[in-house]
Design a protein around this ligand. Structure first.
Ligand code: GLC
Ligand code: CA
Length: 564
């Protein structure tokens, strides 16, 4: 087994825009992160993954980069970035940057030249992006090259009059896709990556990494994802970066890709693969979709939570990687709703369900990620008006819902349940105005429950969600859970989440109810030697037959003797 720092790391995903605003302009910044490094250290995290901080018009909160060499003025200066890296390292916290390689902003100078035939560098930059000529109907009307649908809703094509062509954007139209078949483009990206490495970062989260290759025959299809996602050749590009840059410079990489087969999983992140160290996959993240809903379809329709499918997804990944790769565990990131609102219960059982989610996740092996605010049980947003939302995706999808016949209220509910903005509202530090995030009105409204849901309050209460996270992180390290072997029990149980993880020194047994009603479980294993470590209810004796109250969770542990 290889053993690197990232294998047992707890990574804090930090959404800089909403973390802490040190200069009080309403937007989180690097100075704010630096001020809060002691907090992160105290929480017990080993690394921070910072959302994109590069110069950007912020159409997609920085995933639309207009200059990789500059820091967004919203977040500070290059000196602030260097200071942040230095101060993090002084606390033994590693730094992971988000690396956006699939597209740039349309305001990037490459695209400015690419779209404009009169630009002196037009020839050079045109092919850095992906262009197709229009199609015409019989009556001569101009139409798009294909009917592929963007990940943010709407078409992937945008017409560019000066060249009489369409460019491809699989995300927003302000994010044209880069052409990875163009070597000059690829080489420029490599120079950028090397420059970032030289700043002293320890790792990258490689954004949208399975989309780099497209089907250049441009066959029609709707939505057509198979033509611009997970095409075999994208592995070649990733392999090349790993071999030339990440490997030689000892840079940790977290890839991002959904739906991989066993071969592909190992290709991405097997120990002998050059592509990534670990992969963020999404198998467990949308286990509650109502697929019959036609008005706010797909992920936007909240349905019944399918608890077995969550367990099966994790199990599947442990099986696929086996001892040939290392898994990642996380509940959600900046693209999914808050976990306590999504899989827990953010009304009567907020505290209990948040603790249950902590217990069930962090006694499983792998590299662990925690998302900003998860550790204090922050909830989805409560916005009543459409213009409180900020995400570019919200606006394309809202129009789509209207076309599909949803009422305004149905659309708003879908957004409050599922929009990416749910995870992006400002962090609740305390009960001061704007939750102590800033003294100025924040870039996006604070959720109204901050007077009770905030860090200060959580730290003051000894049995809070925050203390649960803090303690669980300590135990996770102490028992070396990251390198353990997990076994799910009664995986088909529709309410309960039951497993044990065996490490070289300990065995941890997690018994939890994932629902808002009581349920019964049967533990078919020997329970000898286990003692209660943590729970979110009063202790109950461990038994082969147990009745679990709503969201109850218990973690039992035993030391392993010589022959167990
Ligand atoms: C990834 C990011 C998401 C972003 C998209 C385009 O999926 O996680 O936030 O919008 O890529 O860069
Ligand atoms: Ca600021």
């Amino acid at each position: 087994m290889t053993n690197n720092w990232w294998q047992d790391a707890i990574i804090y995903q930090l959404y800089i825009r909403s973390f802490y605003d040190a200069n009080h302009d309403g937007i989180g910044d690097f100075k704010g992160v630096i001020e809060k490094l002691d907090y992160l250290d105290h929480l017990g995290v080993d690394a921070v993954w910072v959302s994109p901080h590069y110069k950007s018009p912020m159409d997609d909160n920085g995933y639309d980069v207009s200059d990789y060499y500059q820091v967004s003025g919203d977040y500070g200066t290059l000196d602030d970035v260097k200071k942040f890296i230095k101060e993090a390292h002084q606390r033994d916290i590693k730094v992971i940057f988000d690396l956006v390689l699939n597209h740039t902003s349309d305001e990037h100078e490459w695209f400015q030249a690419a779209k404009d035939p009169s630009h002196p560098d037009h020839e050079k930059y045109h092919d850095y992006y992906i262009w197709q000529p229009p199609k015409y109907t019989e009556d001569g009307t101009r139409t798009m090259p294909t009917s592929w649908r963007s990940w943010f809703g709407g078409p992937v094509w945008e017409y560019n009059e000066p060249t009489d062509e369409y460019y491809l954007h699989i995300f927003s139209k302000k994010m044209p896709d880069l052409n990875w078949r163009n070597d000059a483009m690829k080489n420029e990206l490599k120079v950028i990556i090397k420059w970032l490495i030289d700043l002293g970062v320890d790792g990258f989260r490689v954004d949208a990494s399975n989309h780099l290759e497209k089907n250049w025959d441009f066959p029609d299809g709707h939505p057509g994802y198979e033509h611009f996602s997970s095409l075999p050749k994208h592995h070649e590009y990733l392999e090349e970066l790993g071999r030339e840059l990440f490997g030689p410079h000892n840079i940790f990489t977290l890839g991002e890709a959904g739906g991989a087969s066993k071969e592909e999983a190992l290709q991405y992140c097997g120990y002998d693969s050059n592509e990534f160290d670990v992969l963020i996959q999404f198998g467990h993240t949308w286990a509650d979709v109502d697929w019959d809903n036609q008005k706010t379809p797909g992920k936007w329709a909240k349905g019944r939570l399918d608890v077995p499918s969550i367990k099966q997804s994790f199990h599947h990944w442990y099986e696929m990687l086996g001892d040939k790769g290392h898994n990642v565990i996380y509940w959600h990131n900046h693209d999914q709703p808050r976990i306590v609102s999504h899989y827990g219960n953010d009304t009567v059982y907020r505290e209990r369900s948040a603790k249950m989610l902590c217990h069930t996740l962090y006694f499983m092996p792998g590299t662990a990620i925690v998302y900003q605010g998860e550790e204090i049980g922050m909830t989805n947003v409560d916005y009543e008006s459409l213009d409180s939302f900020r995400d570019v995706e919200v606006y394309t999808e809202y129009d789509n819902f209207m076309k599909l016949g949803a009422s305004h209220e149905e659309a708003m509910q879908a957004l409050r349940d599922r929009a990416r903005d749910n995870a992006r509202s400002p962090y609740h530090w305390n009960d001061n105005p704007y939750a102590g995030f800033s003294t100025k009105e924040p870039w996006m409204p604070v959720v109204k429950n901050y007077p009770t849901v905030n860090l200060k309050h959580q730290q003051a209460k000894s049995d809070s969600i925050w203390h649960t996270y803090h303690d669980v992180f300590l135990y996770r390290k102490q028992f070396d859970i990251a390198h353990g072997k997990v076994t799910f029990l009664d995986i088909e149980h529709k309410d309960a989440y039951l497993y044990h993880t065996k490490t070289t020194t300990h065995e941890a047994l997690v018994v939890a109810n994932f629902t808002d009603h009581a349920t019964s479980v049967t533990l078919e294993m020997s329970l000898e030697g286990y003692t209660l470590l943590l729970s979110n209810y009063d202790p109950v004796p461990l038994n082969n037959e147990m009745r679990l109250a709503p969201y109850a969770s218990y973690v039992y542990v035993k030391e392993r003797g010589e022959n167990t």
